[in-house]
Design a protein around this ligand. Structure first.
Ligand SMILES: Nc1ncnc2c1ncn2[C@@H]1O[C@H](COP(=O)(O)OP(=O)(O)OP(=O)(O)O)[C@@H](O)[C@H]1O
Ligand SMILES: [Mg+2]
Length: 429
């Protein structure tokens, strides 16, 4: 594509082909031929310039198209890969049981049986350590990918991110118990050197016992609120699962999470759901609960008492707990949460009526005297019930009359049902 200037000298036909007027020659006289030629050359140069410009423009356009094509090709490739990915058969999840050599491992597929399989070159042998979860190809069961450490999502859900809105000053009475729980659950985390200096091992686990409604869960929530450690809360019944081995796995993952997030306080509420005394009733369900408890025992044994995981458990049936749980080295500190005495009852009344509009005749110490044997939960229920009576009667404030009625309703009910035999309080003496 070279339109050279020299082509102007050749003949007029070439000039006409580039658009210079052929009639131009006639305008010049016979002697003016050199001028005509010079003129011609100039015009040809102009045309040449125009053409070079056009060539450049076309070249630019071509480059742009090329680029565009590349881009689309890349896009196509990406989409093809995506389609390929979507079309690949799912991987079987398995767990590495043993590493035989640098080519083969023993895996257990999620269905149960174990296999000796190869693993892909792209996998770092160090990553495929026993216990890791891996993805297996469906046909050959070869290890194709290493999956991130798998914990049940429900275990992650047990970590308390937001502290409950319970503070120590919302607990009536129980001052001694609050001090004690701080000492055994929090102090080893915040000031481990104090224990080291004296050379004692802090108790690994603390068990809160007491009648229903005496404030065990409340106390643990207050600890969660105040502590700077990670607080993991689980209710014993959540650990009881439908399938064999699932409960034990949850317990294992729970402790793994606790260690990962250390310092941690692990709170197991309603411990009796998993830790009831082992009885041979022969049902598979019962055995599964026992397996879960045995895993719990093993996990508690498995960590260092000076380490930074503390366990708090709560139960209202310490009498049915398996004695193995209570032996030294496990839940070796038992904090009894008593039924509130008169002074504590007054405080609890104060806490639960603090936002209520009370009549002038309401005396909290009289209420405390009237509610012998009532637990914190009863007192809360009495306060709410008294409020309800006042609302029903369209009163401006709650008076003694409503409280008296509420007491008869709540405490009377309880005695009728004999739900809580009072002697059980002594079961742990
Ligand atoms: N000492 C207390 N001070 C203030 N409120 C209390 C106290 N004890 C109990 N309560 C009230 O009773 C409610 C129930 O208490 P909580 O759930 O702690 O009982 P619990 O001991 O865990 O019972 P359970 O054995 O049935 O689990 C609390 O939410 C709180 O409102
Ligand atoms: Mg509770």
């Amino acid at each position: 594509m070279k339109a050279s200037v020299s082509s102007g000298n050749s003949n007029s036909s070439s000039s006409s082909s580039v658009g210079v007027g052929a009639s131009a020659g006639a305008a010049y006289g016979g002697g003016d031929y050199p001028r005509y030629l010079a003129d011609m050359v100039r015009r040809l140069e102009e045309v040449n310039n125009q053409l070079t410009d056009r060539v450049q423009k076309l070249e630019r356009e071509e480059r742009y198209r090329e680029e565009l094509r590349n881009r689309y090709e890349r896009e196509i490739k990406k989409l093809r890969a995506e389609i390929e990915k979507l079309r690949t058969p799912p991987l079987v999840v398995g767990t590495v049981v043993d590493v035989i050599d640098d080519k083969r491992v023993v895996v257990r597929s999620s269905a149960g049986p174990k296999f000796v399989v190869n693993y892909s070159q792209s996998i770092d042998p160090k990553e495929a350590a026993p216990g890791t979860q891996v993805g297996l190809s469906q046909q050959s069961l070869a290890v194709v990918s290493v999956l991130p450490s798998a914990k049940d999502p429900s275990v992650y859900g047990m970590e308390l991110i937001e502290s409950p809105e319970v503070d120590y000053n919302m607990i009536g009475g129980l001052n001694e118990q609050i001090e004690e729980i701080k000492e055994v659950a929090e102090l080893p985390l915040t000031a481990p050197e104090q224990f080291e200096r004296i050379g004692v091992e802090p108790p690994k686990g603390v068990l809160l016992t007491g009648l229903p409604g005496t404030g065990k869960t409340l106390l643990a929530k207050a600890v969660a609120n105040r502590t700077s450690a990670t607080f993991i809360r689980v209710v014993g019944s959540e650990l009881v699962q439908k399938y064999i081995g699932e409960g034990a796995r949850l317990v294992r993952e729970l402790f793994a999470l606790a260690k990962e997030k250390a310092p941690t306080i692990l709170f197991i509420d309603e411990l009796d759901a998993v830790a009831a005394r082992r009885v041979e009733d022969g049902t598979t369900g019962e055995r599964e609960v026992q397996r879960t408890m045995m895993q719990l025992l093993a996990e508690i044994d498995g960590f260092n008492p000076r380490g930074d995981v503390r366990i708090i458990a709560a139960t209202n049936r310490p009498d049915i707990l398996d004695p193995a749980l209570l032996r030294p080295g496990r839940f070796d500190r038992i904090i009894e949460i008593p039924v509130p005495d008169r002074e504590a009852r007054e405080k609890i009344f104060r806490i639960h009526t603090s936002k209520m509009k009370l009549g002038k005749d309401v005396e909290l110490d009289t209420l405390a005297a009237l509610t012998e044997n009532a637990t914190g939960a009863d007192i809360k229920a009495i306060s709410t019930e008294a409020g309800m009576f006042a609302v029903k009667r369209n009163k401006k404030s709650i008076e003694m009359e409503e409280f008296e009625q509420a007491i008869t309703k709540i405490i009377g009910d309880e005695q009728k049902h004999h739900l809580y035999p009072k002697e059980t309080g002594a079961m742990f003496a």
